[in-house]
Ligand binder design. Sequence first.
Ligand SMILES: [Zn+2]
Length: 140
Amino acid sequence: MILVKEYRVEYAHRLPDHGGKCKNIHGHSGIVKVAFEGVVQEESGMVADFGHFSWLEELINNLDHSLLLKQDDPIVEVLANFGFRILLLSFPPTAEVLTQYLITNIQHLMVAQDIKGLKLQYVEFVETPGNAVCNFVEGS
Ligand SMILES: [Zn+2]
């Protein structure tokens, strides 16, 4: 059975090398869906308690109301002095690459937090209504 956690993320970003309007700082009301495979436990009737994902919510919250920028973006130097919530990334902050960022970090957290009985299946990132990417974990 697949269990899906869904979060809304308000964020801003820009793609400095984009030839069009995405080179400007702009915002999205994104939706992140994180899917896990697991077995329904006989005693609880659940794959996992939906309320026991604080370890994941912390990671997702880092994106919320943040400005996502590639670390070598020249505007980082200017904005860093204003105390904005900026998340610097080693890649262009596209929906596609953000799913890989989330998969890598979720996998690390699952090991660190000793999460058992769940296998990460995919991360879906809905950037705008009608535009989404879904990144399946290899071997899932
Ligand atoms: Zn955008």
